[in-house]
Design a protein around this ligand. Structure first.
Ligand SMILES: Nc1ncnc2c1ncn2[C@@H]1O[C@H](COP(=O)(O)OP(=O)(O)OP(=O)(O)O)[C@@H](O)[C@H]1O
Ligand SMILES: [Mg+2]
Length: 315
């Protein structure tokens, strides 16, 4: 078992005259993983990242990165952390080349034009190296933010909504870039509103709401634990009631007895296997059906369900 690369304990942030943006957050990040932090607007994602990157002063709690207490020696640890911020606030009048080079120098690293060239090429920014940042499109500006964050070769990289406002093609491209960074051993924490992004990329997922971590789990385990399979079966002829032969299945009869809905599973493949058995049972019982649609719940369904539940509890 590896030591966590980042360890957060009891992290609290109350903004002056503002809300409690973080409420006693505990979180451990494993070296080399991609961790996706999901949560609605205002949940505290950017505040959490800001606290680790020295942009937000915590009200309480501790942050340990690379085994060092950040409140004691943050400069040294900070030099090993990269941040792609959510907001596109960057030196608009600088050229791409100069902005990225400057970012490296900020952390006291010796200049390395070969490395900068490599980063710009890998983000398809090489042709734009002499362009002023303000002249670039939104998606290209976001790539510049990534290049800036990578310029000092961080071991731990935060991406705060890296693909917000980015078209589908560019988003897929960024997923590849992020996967390549992981290959190189970079630990990545990203926030996103695109749940498909977390589903596609993350090893683990954390759900944050109202400043509290609601759940942290391996993505697969989360889907297994909470994921369900739903099957909608349209019958050839209406049934008056659920027949005895189908008693073992979690079924509902609707649409005047012409539709069977199965909901169950709670595990990868388990629901689908049960639906296959159900189809056989229907055939054996001589119940004809005209269609059968299967849907596995996604991380998005889980997320919406969980937040709805918590909000319901609070009300
Ligand atoms: N500088 C600030 N001063 C006062 N309140 C703030 C400040 N920054 C954030 N907040 C508040 O703290 C809470 C958490 O904000 P934060 O930006 O961390 O959320 P978020 O999860 O990143 O949201 P989003 O998905 O919209 O980016 C919100 O209620 C926000 O209004
Ligand atoms: Mg944010």
């Amino acid at each position: 078992m590896h030591e966590p690369i980042l360890s957060i304990r009891g992290l609290t942030k109350t903004y002056t005259n503002g809300p409690r943006a973080l409420d006693s957050v505990d979180l451990d990040i494993k070296p080399g993983e991609i961790f996706a932090l999901l949560g609605p607007n205002g949940a505290g994602k950017t505040t959490l990242i800001g606290a680790v990157c020295g942009l937000v002063r915590p009200t309480g709690g501790t942050i340990t990165a690379f085994g060092q207490d950040l409140s004691k020696d943050w400069r040294k640890a900070r030099a090993r952390i990269g941040l792609v911020p959510q907001e596109l606030a960057t030196d608009m009048f600088e050229t791409v080349w100069r902005a990225v080079t400057y970012s490296r120098g900020l952390f006291g690293k010796a200049s390395d034009p070969v490395m900068i060239e490599h980063i710009l090429r890998s983000l398809s920014l090489w042709d734009k190296r002499d362009a002023q940042i303000r002249a670039l499109s939104g998606g290209m500006k976001r790539r510049v933010l990534i290049a800036k964050a990578l310029a000092h070769e961080p071991e731990l990289l935060f991406l705060d909504e890296p693909t917000a406002g980015v078209d589908v093609e560019l988003r897929k491209d960024m997923w590849q870039q992020i996967a390549a960074l992981k290959e190189r051993g970079v630990t990545i924490i990203l926030t996103t509103h695109y749940i498909e992004e977390a589903e596609e990329m993350a090893d683990r997922v954390g759900i944050i709401q109202a400043g509290r971590i609601r759940m942290v789990d391996e993505k697969r385990a989360m889907m297994e634990r909470l994921g369900t399979t739903e099957a909608v079966i349209d019958l050839a002829a209406p049934l008056a009631a659920l027949p005895e032969a189908l008693a073992g299945f979690a079924l509902e009869l609707s649409q005047g007895g012409t539709r069977l809905t199965y909901r169950g599973g709670n595990g990868e493949g388990k629901g689908r296997a049960e639906v296959a058995q159900l189809a056989q049972a229907l055939t054996r019982a001589g119940i004809g059906f005209t269609s059968l649609d299967i849907h596995d719940s996604s991380l998005e369904d889980i997320f919406v369900g969980l937040l709805g539940e918590k909000q319901g509890e609070a009300a």
